[in-house]
Design a protein around this ligand. Structure first.
Ligand code: IMP
Ligand code: MG
Length: 179
């Protein structure tokens, strides 16, 4: 285990097993459809790479970079697209691949943006979910694991751009935040 990790929340093996199940469900649900996987960078990179190999269908992939922000003139957070899709999603069955749903803000606004582009369907799959933190209603079709309200890293998730390469999901030692 990494010296900065206090505890492991989801092991490498648990992730592997769950991703296989999610891939099977997606395979069954999207048979005959025009599935486009949209990974939200950077956090979904590891999950995307594993999940797509568990989907036994013809799929295409694309990526977006979005950031949520709020300022004093807005009472609600909105998102900014920093890298947009290179795929026309008109008529496509879009499955957005996320690392984590926390407040729900990112996916709430992303859903609005993708819906108006004429997708046939827009659904979400997230590896991790913090239900206790939800502020915006989001209908998430596939969830890997519910986690408690703790800041987690690993398997794509970062703290200050580090720890994305850890093969498990874990909680950092408190002293790692204080510097
Ligand atoms: P939301 O818009 O509040 O749902 O935030 C979702 C995004 O916040 C996720 O895609 C993550 O990138 C980030 N995030 C939320 N919680 C954590 C965490 O515990 N560790 C790392 N990133 C997190
Ligand atoms: Mg992130």
């Amino acid at each position: 285990m990494h010296p900065n990790i206090a505890k492991i929340l989801v092991t490498e093996e648990e992730i592997r097993d769950r991703v296989a199940v999610l891939g099977q469900e997606i395979t069954n649900d999207y048979r005959g459809k025009k599935l486009l996987l949209v990974g939200i960078l950077k956090g979904s990179a590891v999950f995307m790479a594993d999940l797509m190999r568990q989907i036994d269908l013809d799929v295409q992939i694309d990526f977006m970079v979005v950031s949520s922000y709020s300022n004093s003139t807005q009472s609600q957070g909105h998102i900014q697209i920093r890298k947009d899709l290179s795929t026309d999603i008109n008529g496509r069955d879009v499955l957005v691949v996320e690392d984590m749903i926390d407040s729900g803000t990112t996916l709430y606004y992303l859903n609005e943006i993708l819906q108006v582009r004429g997708a046939n369907s827009v659904e979400f799959v997230t590896l991790l979910n913090k239900p206790s933190r939800r502020e915006k209603p989001v209908d998430v079709r596939y969830i890997g694991f519910d986690v408690p309200n703790e800041f987690v890293v690993g398997y794509g998730l970062d703290f200050a751009e580090n720890y994305r390469n850890l093969p498990f999901v874990g909680v950092l030692k408190p002293e790692c935040y204080e510097s």
